[in-house]
Design a binder for this molecule. Structure first.
Ligand SMILES: [Zn+2]
Length: 434
């Protein structure tokens, strides 16, 4: 029984008591009866209002209709994930609870993530209703409060923390940093208190703030963006010191040729589609799951061009002349740890070769009449890297004019060298032109 039903029943009892203490005036009794019948009606309605499910102690793989996790735990049985329940130990911070962030939060909630930290300063508006997640009756609520309301109903197992603040202010940034560092959810965890930060903001300044925080904290994060013309988007994995940070390279926001500040100043409205935002949120959370639960490959950069149904990927190395001091520190640390990584890679390679030798000695299909040759995943990925000299058809680096980034070290694979920025810009303009 919900709280509302109990309260309404209490009101009806009070009215009953009042009725007995009233003088015998028929008109008074008639209006009181009317009032009681209305309360009774509301009580009946309230009985059908949503009630939360009980929390679940352990994730069960039992296949019954009442198990909220049976389909997720089946990922283990299918051999995709080693230990799905590990997800309950992970904390993910989502900055920006808009068209992408809110949907990403819902997906992670439904997947049973351990803890979500939600950051936004905005309120829900009717103009947001072309997107998913928020509902008209939530108009006027802060996006963080509305999100907590919906998400806690969907999955009460998820620990939700709502931060109604602007990370681009001094006070907001301080709270942002201390909340990321807080390790009370999992005290013996390595690093800071979160496992991943997802940037789902809609402007350059906020992205630079997330970049600053994650560089300082040496925290891996993922960036996402949807173009102002609503038809393309991207996600990007940023590992401080190892991949380009947001200040290393000109922003990889899908450019539409319209300056963001011009948009704000002239009150011009950027377009948005629930489809593109849903796709980008899906890609972002898919990468999050792969990153946290260690399955599949997480692309360092994945674009989405809906007009061409095209998904370009690429890699970006950090810029040794990056303007962000914390980025340079992380780069130094990463280089210092190179010998250790080389040794680990050599050991892994030797182990694989030893395994391959023993397979050669005892071939699996000795009488292979179809001449089918089996190529393992490792060989395939090496082939991919060496054959990526040319950008695939339709792929352009989405780099806007950036005179300050002439020394940029952008490479699509670890072995490819710097491309001419002007050339890249031309390719981008060509992509946007049609
Ligand atoms: Zn950098």
């Amino acid at each position: 029984m919900s709280m509302e039903v109990g309260e309404l029943k209490g009101i009806n009892q009070d009215l009953e008591t009042l009725k007995h203490s009233l003088p015998q005036d028929p008109s008074l009794h008639a209006s009181l009866d009317q009032l009681m019948s209305r309360v009774h009606h509301l009580t009946e309605v309230a009985k059908f209002s949503p009630s939360r499910r009980e929390k679940v102690k352990d994730m069960s793989a039992e296949v019954v209709d009442s198990n909220p996790y049976s389909r997720l735990m089946a990922l283990q049985r299918m051999g995709i994930v080693d230990n799905y329940e590990k997800i309950r130990g992970y904390s993910v911070a989502i900055v920006g609870i808009g068209g992408v962030g809110s949907v990403a939060a819902e997906m992670l909630t439904r997947c049973g993530i351990g803890r979500l930290l939600l950051y936004d300063y905005d309120k829900v508006e009717l103009a947001n209703m072309n997107r998913l997640f928020f509902r008209p009756e939530q108009v006027g609520m802060t996006k963080t409060d509305a999100a907590v309301q919906t998400l806690s109903d969907i999955n009460p197992d998820v620990v939700l923390e709502s931060y109604t603040l602007n990370i681009a202010t001094v006070q907001g940034f301080e709270t942002f940093m201390s909340s990321l560092k807080d390790k009370s959810f999992r005290p013996n965890k390595d690093g800071i208190g979160v496992d991943l930060v997802l940037s789902c903001v809609d402007n350059y300044e906020a992205r630079m703030v997330v970049n600053q925080a994650c560089n300082e904290l040496n925290q891996t994060w993922m960036e996402s963006g949807v173009s102002e013309d609503a038809v393309s988007g991207h996600i990007q994995l940023l590992i401080p010191g190892e991949t380009a940070c947001f200040a290393c390279a000109p922003p990889l926001v899908v450019a539409s040729g319209v300056d963001e500040r011009t948009l704000k100043r002239e009150g011009v409205c950027a377009a948005s589609l629930p489809t593109t935002m849903g796709v980008v949120a899906g890609l972002l959370v898919q990468s999050t799951l792969k990153f946290l639960l260690k399955f599949g490959h997480v692309s360092p950069y994945l674009g989405y061009n809906s007009l061409k149904d095209y998904f370009p990927t690429m890699e970006m190395r950090p810029n040794p002349q990056c303007s962000n001091a914390a980025c340079l520190e992380r780069q130094k640390e990463y280089q210092l740890a190179q010998p250790a990584r080389d040794a680990a890679a050599a050991a892994a390679k030797a182990k694989l070769e030893a395994e391959a030798l023993s397979v050669d000695e005892c071939p699996l299909h000795a009488d292979n009449e179809w001449n089918i040759s089996v190529v393992d995943d490792i060989e395939l990925s090496t082939m991919d890297a060496s054959s990526s000299d040319e950008l695939p058809e339709g792929l352009a680096r989405e780099l806007p004019t950036a005179d300050a980034h002439q020394n940029l070290s952008v490479a699509r694979s670890a072995d490819t060298s710097v491309e001419d920025l002007d050339d890249l810009r031309k390719q981008l303009e060509a992509l946007n032109a049609d």
